[in-house]
Structure formats: C-alpha cells, structure tokens
Design a protein around this ligand. Structure first.
Ligand SMILES: C[S@@+](CC[C@H](N)C(=O)[O-])C[C@H]1O[C@@H](n2cnc3c(N)ncnc32)[C@H](O)[C@@H]1O
Length: 237
C-alpha cells in the first residue's frame, strides 16, 4: 500500500476532519443523463435547516438514513424489498450519485431520496433528534493507516449523535470487511449508553447478515477467498 499524503495534513487550521476525500472519477454519460432526467425527482438540496421528510417523500413512513452508498446497488435493492420504508441516502461521490439516480429512475424506485452531500452535516443540521427509525452504514472507508484512523466514521462522538437521532427502538446497522475496524465498531457501539446490541445469542457480538442486505459482487468474491464480513445491529434503548 503506498503512503499517499493525506490532504488534511497540509491544512494547518483545519476545523473538521472529513470521513472522505473526494475521489476523481468520471461521471459517465448515462449517469450525467440521470442527473438531468431524474435529479429533480430524487435529489434533495442541502440546506442547514430542518427537512420536511413527509414533503420530501410525498408520504409519511419509517425513515432509514444510509451513509455512503457508493454506487447504490445495495441501496436500490433494499428500497425495493422494503417498499414501506423511506430511505434518505447520502453520498459525496458524484458518479455514485449518478448511478443511484439512474437505478431509481429506470426501476421506478419511489422510496429513495438522495443528498449529494456530507452525511454528517445532513444529520447535524437537517434532522432532529429521535427522527430516524434506522441507519445503514455499509463498508465505510476503513482508512487502514494509523494516521488516517481519525477519518473513520465510527468513533464515539459521532455514534453518540447517531444514537440520539434514532427513535427509541430504532436500529443502527453497520457492516465491514476489515476486521480491526469491525472490532473498533463493536467497542464503540457497546460503549454508547443509548445503544444495546441486538445479538445476545452468540459471544462474538456480531450479527448474522440481515436478509435485506444483499451480498455485493465484491463481498461474494472476498467470502469465497475466505475473507470475513462483519455485521453489527444495535438498537436504541
Ligand atoms: C468504501 S465505500 C462503500 C460504498 C457502499 N456502501 C458499498 O458497500 O459498496 C464508502 C463510501 O462512503 C462515502 N462517504 C464517506 N464519508 C461520507 C460522508 N460523510 N457522507 C457521505 N458519504 C460518505 C464515500 O464517498 C464512499 O463512496
């Protein structure tokens, strides 16, 4: 693994450490068309003021937030197998947003709305506490190098904010294929007083993969090579 410079290290008075670095990546012509054609229907503008979710989705339904959906394949699948839930999905990577817009438009998926914006800001400035029925964070960037661990999403203060935004009984579902991060997730979630592990039947603390989360191609390949994947499902007390 090459030791690429961390852009945040070059900024002396950085105020906030981001969990992502915007990757260069070409938005393909199909994704570009999806922005034009389907953006007005599915994209929500970031504004630092409370979001009217009923107006945004055109209905009132349980609200699940997804942070960092990548190319959106799992997101589209889950929204289709859970048509009675609303999915508020955040991603900063432009081609990924284009890819999910394309899936939503072409497959007529009505229960997804998308922010192309930092999910941390959406959570902090647009959603009140106790407003979410669930949060999905699948394969968040593991930030392998020790000096980059500060960028990991799953750390105590952010998990506390996530927990406060859950309704009582709301759930937090995480998945990762990086074992040291899985252990960190388990420690951080177990230490949060508002959360309780849904898994009591085994001593590991990790959950069986919930049926709604599809196996991605990448994950399937890893599993065949003997690599692990860890799911965690905690609930707000
Ligand atoms: C390793 S990828 C995993 C993508 C997808 N969940 C999957 O399972 O394939 C992590 C994604 O999280 C996004 N991400 C990281 N921090 C974010 C943030 N604060 N807000 C929105 N997206 C974020 C990144 O842009 C990246 O696409």
């Amino acid at each position: 693994m090459t030791d690429t410079p961390d852009p945040s290290d070059a900024v002396p008075f950085r105020r906030v450490i981001k969990s992502y670095v915007l990757r260069a990546g070409r938005t393909g012509p199909g994704q570009q068309r999806a922005y034009e054609q389907f953006g007005p229907r599915f994209l929500l503008p970031y504004r630092p003021e409370p979001l009217d979710t009923t107006a945004a989705f055109g209905r009132s339904a349980p609200l699940i937030m997804e942070i960092g959906f990548g190319m959106g394949g799992a997101t589209a699948h889950i929204a289709q197998v859970r048509p009675d839930d609303n999915f508020l999905c955040c991603e900063v990577h432009e081609p990924g947003v284009g890819a999910l817009l394309k899936l939503c438009g072409e497959q007529g998926i009505e229960n997804i709305r998308i922010f192309r914006h930092d999910a941390v800001e959406v959570l902090d400035h647009m959603l009140p506490e106790q407003s979410l029925d669930g949060v999905h964070i699948f394969f968040p960037d593991p930030w392998h190098k020790t000096r980059h661990h500060k960028r990991r999403l799953i750390q105590g203060p952010f998990v506390q904010r996530l927990a406060r935004h859950l309704k009582p009984d709301g759930y937090l579902h995480l998945a990762t294929d990086w074992e040291p991060y899985a252990q960190q997730m388990l420690e951080v979630l177990s230490a949060e007083p508002l959360l309780v592990n849904t898994v009591t039947s085994n001593s590991s603390g990790f959950a069986p993969k919930p049926a709604y989360r599809p196996l991605t191609k990448f994950e399937n390949r890893g599993l065949k090579l003997g690599h692990g994947v860890w799911d965690l499902v905690f609930k707000r007390r």
